[in-house]
Design a protein around this ligand. Structure first.
Ligand code: TMP
Length: 227
């Protein structure tokens, strides 16, 4: 498989096992395809993006207008693409992205932003740098949150004061996790609808099964798209 200069994104509802799968995929691509692999996280992944990530996930999002929320995710991504993704692809690296525009098409559309607007802003934010393949690790929110142990119904304790949440202590939920289970059900539905309307190739992977099966399905999907 020639994956030099290819951009692969892993996305999906919380608790789908993205972290584990990205780590495995990065190691396997480097080993079996002989290319250098760069992993990125979105939102964040740059000094500027990490500051935007803090504004997004460390505060009470009910105070933020949905368009502001969507534009901040896009702003972080515009920086990530300019600073990290584009140079890495140009240098022949394989880039594996932890989330991308696909996440905004699910979470911020569930929060009330029209999907067309998200795609339009996505084009502005990243230009031509869209993923060659996006894999959605699909898991129902009940199972996802059971796995992460961070259920949305549990009220987050405000420990910082005002409307700022404690972000980094494991016991506390980030701003997205604080949204109700129905929101996360809608997020999952929107991810499942996305392959039909997303401008770039996308596949759904059943992530309810054990991690080894998911790893094999991801590898098979890559082989199908990059023979
Ligand atoms: P993470 O858990 O993958 O680091 O992502 C942080 C949270 O931000 C997660 O709940 C998904 C959410 N998110 C959005 O709402 N919109 C986006 O565009 C992205 C990239 C993430």
């Amino acid at each position: 498989m020639n994956l030099a200069g290819k951009f692969i994104v892993i996305d999906g509802p919380d608790g789908g096992g993205k972290g584990t799968q990205i780590k495995r995929l990065a190691e396997r691509i480097a080993r079996e395809c002989g290319v250098s692999v760069r992993t990125t996280r979105d939102p964040g992944g740059t000094a500027i993006g990490d500051r935007i990530r803090h504004v997004l996930l460390g505060y009470d999002l009910s105070l933020m207008a949905p368009n502001c929320e969507m534009l901040l995710f896009m702003a972080s991504r515009a920086q990530l693409v300019a600073e990290v993704v584009r140079p890495a692809l140009a240098a022949g690296q394989t880039v594996i992205g932890d989330r991308f525009i696909s996440a905004t098409c699910a979470y911020q559309v569930a929060a009330g932003v029209p999907r067309e607007k998200v795609l339009e802003m996505g084009r502005l934010a990243v230009g031509e740098t869209w993923p060659d393949l996006t894999l959605i690790l699909d898991v129902p929110p009940e199972l996802g949150f059971q796995r992460t142990g961070r259920t949305p119904q549990k009220a987050a304790k405000k420990v910082v004061g005002g409307d700022q949440l404690a972000m980094f202590a494991d016991a506390h939920l980030d701003a997205m996790e604080r949204r109700p289970l129905d929101f996360h059900r809608r997020v999952r539905e929107l991810f499942l609808e996305l392959p039909a309307v997303y401008p770039k190739p996308m596949k759904i992977i059943d992530a309810t099964r054990d991690a080894d099966r998911v790893t094999e399905d991801i590898w098979k999907a890559l082989r199908d798209v990059f023979p």
